[in-house]
Design a protein around this ligand. Structure first.
Ligand SMILES: *Cc1c(COP(=O)(O)O)cnc(C)c1O
Length: 357
């Protein structure tokens, strides 16, 4: 097989160990003689995977006992809707830091009063707004901790006078998080914790059941709390791979260990972007994401964009094209992206510089 360095934004690179375990389970799931994609979710073998996965989440993120851990369908995009359905009674505030944040806000607007408390739309979301106050009369305040498209990130757990709800699709498990600061954390698994097809939600029990609207059964988070994420058929295959991904994360030392490596990878790549005269970063330095690194050709070198893309591709780099709304390049360096891949990209940038200077 061709050696590639995969920087795709999602679905994306997964740990090889998790992939190998999945291939085994596709032949024989836990000695049942049945492939994991053909197992009934009502078997004890499957229930043991659900239990193991929930306890890995609890252990790795240090999730307090008064929080439920749910595995759902519909992606983070469905999450935008059930957040508003379950928690918006009078008024909700959103931090508008990108397209995903806007989409989350749109769903809330469809159900009631919701608005952007602060926004960085004025500069194509290249920074995280800082000068704003969170009103204390909100039902909740919604943030997107990592802005996958623009490469900005809120890398701390903020104090919030109202329940704080976070879409952590693209930075979950990349750093230690104080879960107790949040009323709910949710996201699609397909960036850092598994393949596409499953969504995680971590919800503090006491915030449920406070709105007066009718909530359709499948969108009512209480349905999934009561059904232990098996009210209907869960995405068995995606949860299996997520479980293996978390087992890998635990085996290498958990979230604190991976955070150190993530910082190292990000510093290596940003260091090169800042040093190399051919390239320039697009996100405000103080808000740079350690998951998605966005950069463009520096002024005067714009004409070399396609050439660098081809040059990098020849050397095995894949998925470095920036999102169409930003252009340039984006290297997604999620948990499972090895340091060697980041080094390979940096080497490639250096080589290109030598060629063009
Ligand atoms: C990818 C992404 C989404 C969308 O997730 P889906 O599972 O495709 O709905 C939402 N928010 C963020 C921050 C993302 O990175």
């Amino acid at each position: 097989m061709k050696k590639v360095h995969n920087f795709t934004a999602g679905p994306c690179v997964l740990p090889q160990e998790a992939i190998d375990k999945t291939i085994e389970a596709l032949k024989d799931f836990k000695g049942t003689g049945v492939p994991v994609i053909s197992i009934s979710h009502r078997t004890k073998e499957w229930e043991s995977v659900m239990d193991e996965c929930r306890s890995l989440w609890r252990e790795l993120l240090n999730i307090p006992e008064d929080y439920e851990i749910l595995f759902l369908h519909g992606g983070a995009s469905m999450g935008f809707l059930y957040v508003a359905m379950n928690f918006l009674e009078k008024k909700a505030g959103y931090l508008e830091t990108g397209v995903w944040a806007k989409k989350a806000l749109k769903e809330a607007k469809g159900l009631g009063e919701a608005y952007a408390v602060a926004s960085s739309a004025d500069k194509t979301f290249c920074y995280i707004p800082k000068d704003y106050e969170i009103p204390s009369d909100l039902d909740y305040f919604h943030i997107t901790t990592n802005n996958t498209i623009y490469g900005t990130e809120i890398r701390y757990d903020m104090d919030c006078p109202v329940p704080l709800i976070a879409d952590m699709s693209s930075d979950i498990m990349s750093r230690p998080v104080d879960v107790s600061k949040y009323a709910m954390i949710y996201g699609g698994a397909q960036k850092n914790v598994g393949p596409a097809g499953v969504t995680f939600a971590i919800v503090r029990r006491d915030i449920l059941g406070k709105v007066s609207r009718y909530i359709p059964t499948m969108l009512d988070l209480r349905t999934h709390v009561e059904g232990k994420s098996m009210f209907n058929t869960p995405p068995v295959f995606a949860i299996f791979v997520m479980n293996e991904t978390l087992k890998w994360l635990k085996s290498i030392g958990g979230v604190e260990a991976i955070h150190k490596i993530n910082v190292q990878k990000a510093e290596l790549l940003y260091g090169e972007i800042d040093r190399n005269p051919l390239f320039v970063g697009t996100a405000a330095k103080e808000d740079r994401s350690i998951m998605n690194v966005c950069f463009v050709m520096a002024p005067g070198y714009e004409h070399l964009q396609d050439e660098f893309m081809a040059f990098a591709k020849e050397r095995g780099m894949t998925g470095i094209k920036g999102h169409r709304s930003v252009g340039g390049f984006r290297a997604s360096i999620y948990n499972a992206c090895p340091l060697e891949s980041v080094q390979a990209l940096v080497d490639c940038m250096k080589e290109f510089e030598q060629l063009k200077k």
